[in-house]
Design a protein around this ligand. Structure first.
Ligand SMILES: C[S@@+](CC[C@H](N)C(=O)[O-])C[C@H]1O[C@@H](n2cnc3c(N)ncnc32)[C@H](O)[C@@H]1O
Length: 300
C-alpha cells in the first residue's frame, strides 16, 4: 500500500467513525468550553487556563470543519431535463469543481478521487493492457479521474465528454501532463475524431447513464475510430449481479417515473454489450464479471 493510499484510507476510516458518532466533536468542544470557564472563574494556574483555551479553540475549529465536511452535496434539480439532454444534465450536475468530482467518482477530496481510479486501471491492465505505444481514448471522461493515472503509461491519452463543465475541471486536474488532449463531444457520436486514430477506446462508469440507442452509437463509433487490431473496453452495471439487481429494485418505484432523475444509471447485461460489439463488427468479444460491473472487451 502506498503512502497516498494509506492516507486516503485513514481519512475515510476517521470520517466514517466520526460520521457514526456526530455527537463526539461537539461534546468534546462543550467540555473544552466548560473547562475554560472553570479555569477562568476559579482562577486556575495560567498554564492550565491556556491549555483549556487551546482545547476549546481546537475543538471548535474541528466542529466547524466537520460540519462542513459532512454536509451532503445538494444536487441542483435536473428533473425538468429529458434523460437524453446529456450536456444540460451533466453541466448542471457539475456546477463546481467539487460537485464535478463527486458526481464523476463519488469522492470529494482529490486524494480520494485519485485513489478511486485504481480498480478501473487494474481492469484495463488485466483485460486490454495499455502500454507506451498506445493512443487511448476515453468516452465520457468526466474530470479526468482515470486519465490522470493512465496518461503517464500510454503514448497519448484523449479524454472526451459531452459536458463542457466536466472538461473545464479535467483541464485543471491534468494541466501538468503533456500527452493529454480533452475534446468536447457534440453529436451523440465521435465525429470529432478521424477514422483509425486510436489503439484503445474505453468507457467506464458512463454507459449506464445513457439510453441504449446512445450506448450502441458509441460502440459503433468506437469501431470506426479504432485502428486495425485496436481494443475496446466497456464497463457497465451488471443487472445479473446481486449488487446490480439490488440497485435496480432499490431504485424509484415505477409509478414515480416522472421523478426518476435523468442521470439515474440503468444496468446492462452481458448479452446487450456483446450484441453491440458483434453488430459493430468487433471480434474476440469477451465478457468478465466484476460485481457490480460487467466488463466487455473486443478487438477490431
Ligand atoms: C459518472 S461520470 C464518470 C466519469 C468518468 N468516466 C469517471 O469514471 O471518472 C459520467 C460522465 O459521462 C459524461 N456523459 C454523460 N452523457 C454523455 C454522452 N452522451 N456522451 C459523452 N459523455 C457523456 C458525463 O458528462 C460525465 O462526465
Amino acid at each position: 500500500m502506498t503512502f497516498r493510499q494509506a492516507k486516503s484510507r485513514l481519512r475515510t476510516l476517521v470520517a466514517m467513525q466520526l460520521k457514526k458518532r456526530r455527537w463526539l466533536i461537539p461534546a468534546v468542544a462543550i467540555l473544552g468550553f466548560a473547562a475554560t470557564s472553570v479555569a477562568v472563574l476559579i482562577p486556575a494556574e495560567k498554564g492550565l487556563t491556556l491549555l483549556a483555551a487551546i482545547w476549546l479553540f481546537a475543538t471548535a475549529y474541528l466542529w466547524g470543519f466537520s460540519a462542513h465536511a459532512f454536509r451532503s452535496p445538494r444536487w441542483p434539480p435536473t428533473g425538468h431535463f429529458h434523460r437524453r439532454e446529456y450536456a444540460a444534465v451533466w453541466d448542471t450536475l457539475a456546477n463546481s469543481a467539487e460537485t464535478g468530482a463527486v458526481v464523476a467518482s463519488g469522492k470529494q477530496y482529490e486524494e480520494d478521487v485519485r485513489e478511486s481510479a485504481a480498480p478501473t486501471i487494474r481492469n484495463l491492465d488485466e483485460f486490454v493492457g495499455v502500454g507506451a505505444q498506445d493512443d487511448v481514448l476515453e468516452i465520457g471522461c468526466g474530470v479526468g479521474r482515470i486519465g490522470r493515472e493512465l496518461a503517464p503509461h500510454c503514448r497519448f491519452w484523449t479524454g472526451s465528454d459531452i459536458s463542457k463543465n466536466m472538461l473545464t475541471y479535467a483541464t485543471e486536474r491534468l494541466a501538468h501532463l503533456n500527452n493529454v488532449r480533452l475534446q468536447q463531444l457534440h453529436g451523440g457520436g465521435l465525429g470529432e475524431f478521424t477514422d483509425g486514430s486510436f489503439d484503445v477506446v474505453y468507457c467506464t462508469n458512463m454507459l449506464a447513464h445513457l439510453d441504449e440507442i446512445d450506448r450502441w452509437r458509441y460502440v459503433q463509433e468506437a469501431f470506426r475510430v479504432l485502428r486495425s487490431e485496436g481494443r475496446l473496453f466497456l464497463d457497465s452495471i451488471d443487472i445479473e449481479s446481486d449488487e446490480g439487481w439490488a440497485a435496480f429494485v432499490g431504485g424509484p418505484s415505477p409509478d414515480l417515473e416522472s421523478e426518476r432523475p435523468p442521470f439515474m444509471p440503468r444496468a446492462s447485461t452481458v448479452a446487450e454489450l456483446e450484441n453491440y460489439a458483434k453488430r459493430a463488427g468487433f471480434g474476440q468479444i469477451q465478457s468478465h464479471r466484476r460485481p457490480p460491473l460487467v466488463i466487455m472487451t473486443a478487438r477490431k
